[in-house]
Design a protein around this ligand. Structure first.
Ligand SMILES: *Cc1c(COP(=O)(O)O)cnc(C)c1O
Length: 415
């Protein structure tokens, strides 16, 4: 089955009772079972079925199963946000004293989370860019996870997952990939050796910018050593489903960061057009990046431009596509603000993966809590603008950037 067909059919079954072509919104908190015995079984994982929406819900399960099968995983757990997915993917396996190795070009919220985790005895070692060479010297017996984004947001560095997964597996450490910016349109990280894949489905999967959510997909491939990951011992009986079983029966359900059935429904609707949207968005982004590379007074960074140091990896891993995000350096903060304010169609908002083109000045917003050093290594400068390209007609987008850049250049000359 090819990609767009898979988005419609894989992991999805037409509702048997009604023939509904989408899984309906089961907007309820609790599910009754025919007997006390049956509810006991459902509660104790001895029978399939539903009990309470914080633990599972048919609309949410349908979304989970579609994403899991498209990502080539064995199962998935949806969360109330992408940040909840990042947090739960790690807390499911970590305890006080453990260490994470992560890329410093991560999404601002994830960097903030890693400093919050210090209070619980979990520390993070950051490297400028995740590669086998950069992380190997940092691995010790406390290292329990390597966490990275595939395309750093907004650094736009690309990680060679095959190389990194081969290295971490030698040390029996799982590789957790935040694939939000790449999406399964560009790559299925599990095929390259990733163990756990997470998405902020608020972004490209939902696609319409209409609800916050996240999802954790398990490859089922990682062999959990129960001396090292002590909490896994109790779940060993679930075999390759141990990680997911622990998550659903443990911290994920106890923290209570479940996805609402309504938002799961919106995500399933969005998922079906991911291929069409990403095809258009990647095409727009490349054309806009090419235009920007010729414009006066700005510098552009986009992985599918030959000028990007990650161009060979984008070619090899993503078939030459560069994703939806590009960054612009405008020369100064004032000029960056001026450019943003002069854009007519690109909306100034802190989001990516919308059908609309969105722009933001990361340094004064998403990275407002970061130190100068953290900003530098995340590729965030005083004059950087992040652009999340949408599905508008490219002619309008280029014209819009052209007039805004001209105005910016004119006002800098005048002042
Ligand atoms: C947005 C984002 C997150 C956080 O997701 P939310 O849904 O906003 O909680 C995590 N990682 C990346 C790469 C993101 O872009």
């Amino acid at each position: 089955m090819e990609f767009n067909t898979a988005l419609l059919h894989r992991g999805f079954e037409i509702d048997k009772k009604t023939g509904a072509t989408l899984t309906p919104i089961y907007q309820v908190s609790a599910f009754s079972q025919e007997s006390a015995e049956q509810l006991e079984k459902v509660f104790n994982n001895k029978a399939t079925g539903f009990a309470y929406t914080r633990i599972s819900n048919p609309t949410v399960s349908s979304f989970e199963s579609r994403v899991a099968s498209i990502e080539n995983g064995i199962g998935a757990i949806a969360c109330s946000s992408g940040m909840a997915a990042v947090t739960m993917s790690l807390l499911n396996i970590l305890e006080a004293g453990d260490e994470i190795i992560a890329g410093s070009g991560l999404f601002g919220g994830t960097i903030d989370l890693f400093s919050d985790l210090k209070a619980f005895g979990i520390t993070t070692k950051f490297v400028e860019h995740i590669s086998a060479e950069s992380i190997e010297p940092l691995i010790n017996n406390k290292t329990k996870a390597v966490f990275t984004e595939l395309i750093g947001n907004p650094k736009l560095d690309i990680v060679d997952i095959k190389e990194v997964s081969e290295l971490v597996h030698k040390y029996n450490i799982p590789l957790i990939i935040d694939s939000t910016t790449a999406t399964f349109y560009l790559i299925r990280p599990i095929d390259f050796g990733a163990d756990i894949v997470i998405h902020s489905s608020s972004k490209y999967i939902n696609g319409g910018g209409n609800s916050i959510s996240g999802i954790i997909v398990d490859s089922g491939n990682f062999k959990w050593d129960t001396d090292k990951y002590k909490g896994m011992a109790e779940y060993k009986k679930y075999g390759k489903f141990a990680y997911l079983a622990k998550l659903r029966n443990g911290i994920w359900r106890n923290v209570g960061c479940c996805l609402s059935p309504f938002n799961a429904f919106l995500n399933s609707v969005g998922l079906e057009t991911l291929g069409l949207r990403m095809e258009r968005i990647c095409d727009n982004a490349l054309k806009l990046a090419k235009y920007l590379s010729t414009a006066d007074g700005v510098e552009v960074n986009y992985p599918a431009l030959e000028s990007s140091p990650y161009y060979p990896l984008a070619k090899r891993m993503f078939n030459g596509k560069g994703g939806a995000i590009l960054t612009i350096r405008a020369g100064s903060k004032e000029r960056a603000f001026n450019l943003i304010n002069n854009l007519k169609y690109s909306i100034n908002a802190t989001n990516i993966g919308d059908v609309r083109t969105l722009v933001i000045h990361p340094s004064s917003t998403i990275y407002a809590h970061s130190t100068e050093a953290q900003k530098q290594s995340a590729g965030v400068y005083e004059d950087s603008i992040r652009v999340s390209v949408g599905i508008e007609d490219i002619k309008d987008l280029i014209e819009d950037f052209e007039q805004a850049i001209n105005k910016m250049n004119a006002s800098s000359y005048n002042s």
